[in-house]
Design a protein around this ligand. Structure first.
Ligand code: GTP
Ligand code: SPV
Ligand code: MN
Length: 603
């Protein structure tokens, strides 16, 4: 097959090569148009894969139900295939790249038979911005095409920017289910069995090969694969940061505005914080991004962040008008729902949507479901919505600014029922890097192959997303702190919205009430706010957290939320030592020093 669709020889050659290997029925070049989106949707409606939702309640929206083996990222099937095993480090799955390519070429051989091969040119970040990167995803999934339309900037304009010899990250994807002549999917989500699924990264080549899964981060390759695993490698080479972080703008009652970026592990509250509606009067929060931040130093020596994505791939369960009204208003049209339940009149429903299921539903597996009749949830715990960022009522006016927004503070956090207080601030940059490096969290449903509920270390919320040795990644963060003066670096905070009482109730109401903590963070960035120096860092005094209008949090709750749990931290130190031991000689000296200093302060 000869393909001369673009001026870019490398791209033409790659498309030809993949087509020869995968043997699709046809090749289609995506232009990113609305018309193309609608044609793809129609194709899937006709094939029984997309279910049109109530057009009065949710215009332009569709439901998909994936295979039960294909409902989340698969960390055990995700590989960093660097030439040397040591470069992938102790936290990544490694296979020799040559060996992996042989296995995967075997799987890719003829895998697109009976299907169309789609070529998706996309930009991560505003097209043409100096921080943006171009990717080309080849896929045999029209579900991937429509999701990429929302999550990235797809289209011919990208090819114009690419030109004759521009660089792109090749992202190869197949659902791994060839079709016999004349056969269709017939409503059955196509994917391969778990042991044939591979989500592979070649960090030296900056290439991605994914096979066998059609879901989320396994298949929408611009997201975790490119914008985090490959971009983290590039960022280290080039001296910038590619992080699993939300970005928000916060304005105080006087009209002063700051931008904050926050790294919390998967399903630990990034989307919710990014879209937060403050409960404290006069404050405003606006959303730049909810999952990924790319940050470079500006000429003024400050870090500037862009959101490389164009949409939200958000967790549906728990999203309600009470918890996240901005999300609810973002997803009331032109939205793709995956693995939620559907009501009798074609509306969506999930656990935590804020009202009882209206009668009989069809659950995410396609079976009838009725409240109280089963203990299985109607929506999968990792059910997601895909919606355009521009539909968010709280989107920040600068969200597409090609030069990015200046970051004043970093937040780290995770789900910790005990020990970690509501908020504390690092003494300085290196201490902040230490706090990022020790993030731990109860495991959630965002990854299929982990035991939900147990605490695991997830440094910088990057454990599943760092494309190289985590010890080197820590070092990179230390080095970033040397590139500018301390007053220009973002201040670093560790937050925890997930403290529980002995009987398992939330100690802190969370969601919009988190604005009370953001207010203190804002004040700290101006060197204001009531503060106490403690062995673990700076903490607000109980009076320094605005509580006017807050119900259900007593003085003693507040004291508990802001206490230094010495015993808990002693135990934490033992666990951090175990965690650090994995990184051997690649663990930066600065971090062992921080750990020793903390131990001394707690003694
Ligand atoms: P990924 O998209 O997987 O990266 O997740 P995320 O970090 O964006 O998490 P998200 O905001 O979607 O929240 C995940 C779950 O945590 C949802 O069920 C939320 O309802 C819940 N959650 C978010 N913020 C809070 C909070 O402040 N308190 C409590 N208790 N739960 C929260
Ligand atoms: C995450 O798991 O952190 C997500 C969802 O944001 S996915 O795109 O599937 O990675
Ligand atoms: Mn995420």
């Amino acid at each position: 097959m000869r393909i001369d669709r673009t001026k870019n020889k490398k791209l033409n050659h790659w498309v030809e090569e993949v087509a020869a290997m995968t043997v699709p029925d046809q090749i289609y070049w995506c232009d990113g148009s609305k018309d193309e989106y609608e044609r793809m949707i129609k194709l899937m409606v006709d094939d029984g894969l997309a279910i049109p939702l109530n057009s009065k309640k949710l215009p332009g929206s569709y439901l998909f139900r994936s295979d039960p083996s294909d409902v989340a990222r698969l960390e055990n099937r995700t590989y960093i295939a660097s030439r040397s095993k040591d470069d992938a480090g102790p936290t990544n799955n490694w296979i020799n790249p040559e060996e992996l390519k042989i296995i995967m070429k075997g799987l890719y051989k003829g895998c697109m038979k009976g299907r169309t091969m789609y070529v998706i040119p996309f930009s991560m970040g505003p097209i043409g911005s100096a921080i943006s990167k171009i990717g080309i995803e080849i896929t045999d999934s029209p579900y991937v095409v429509v999701n990429m339309h929302i999550m990235t900037r797809v289209g011919s304009k990208v090819l114009d920017v690419l030109g004759e010899d521009g660089e792109f990250v090749p992202c190869l994807h197949s659902v791994g289910k060839p079709l016999a002549p004349g056969k269709k999917d017939n409503g059955i989500w196509p994917c391969a069995p778990i042991e044939e699924k591979y989500i592979s990264h070649f960090p030296e080549e900056h290439a991605i090969w994914s096979y066998g899964s059609g879901y989320g981060g396994n298949a929408l390759l611009g997201k975790k694969c490119l914008a985090l695993r490959i971009a983290s490698v590039i960022a280290r080479e080039e001296g910038w940061l590619a992080e699993h972080m939300l970005i928000l703008g916060i304005t105080n009652p006087k009209g002063e505005k700051k931008y904050i970026a926050g790294a919390f592990p998967s399903a630990c509250g990034k989307t919710n914080l990014a879209m937060l509606v403050p409960t404290i009067p006069g404050w405003k929060v606006e959303c730049v991004g909810d999952d990924i931040a790319w940050m470079k130093f500006g000429k003024d020596g400050r870090l500037y962040a862009i959101n490389p994505e164009a949409g939200f791939f958000g967790v549906a369960p728990g999203t309600s008008l009470q918890s996240n009204p901005n999300a609810m208003k973002t997803i009331d049209r032109n939205t793709i729902y995956t693995n939620v339940a559907i009501t009798g009149d074609g509306d969506v429903w999930w656990e935590g949507i804020g009202y009882k299921a209206p009668g009989k539903l069809i659950d995410w597996t396609g079976k009838e479901w009725e409240e109280g009749k089963t203990d299985k949830p109607a929506a999968h715990a990792n059910a997601r919505f895909t919606a355009p960022a521009r539909q968010c009522p709280g989107i920040d006016p600068a969200w597409e600014d090609p030069s990015g927004v200046p970051i004043s503070a970093f937040l780290f956090g995770g789900r910790r029922p005990g020990t970690i207080p509501l908020v504390h601030q690092s003494f300085n940059w290196n201490h902040g890097v230490f706090l990022g490096s020790i993030v731990g969290s109860e495991v959630t449903a965002a990854a299929l192959d982990l035991a939900a509920g147990t605490v695991r270390r997830d440094p910088f919320a990057m454990l599943p997303f760092c494309g190289y040795h985590m010890g080197d990644y820590f070092k990179h963060w230390i080095e970033i702190g040397k590139k500018t003066s301390a007053d220009k670096l973002p201040k670093i905070f560790y937050v925890n919205w997930f403290r529980k009482t002995a009987d398992g109730k939330w100690l802190w109401p969370g969601y919009g009430e988190n604005s009370r903590v953001l207010k203190w963070v804002f004040e700290r960035c101006n060197n204001e706010g009531g503060v106490a120096e403690t062995p673990i860092g700076y903490m607000p005094t109980v009076e320094a957290v605005e509580r006017a209008g807050l119900s259900g949090v007593s003085d003693s709750d507040m004291k508990e939320l802001l206490a230094v749990d010495r015993e808990g931290w002693q135990k934490e130190i033992v666990l951090v030592k175990e965690h650090y031991a994995k990184f051997g000689s690649r663990l930066p000296r600065e971090l062992t020093d921080e750990l020793a200093a903390l131990e001394k302060r707690l003694a």
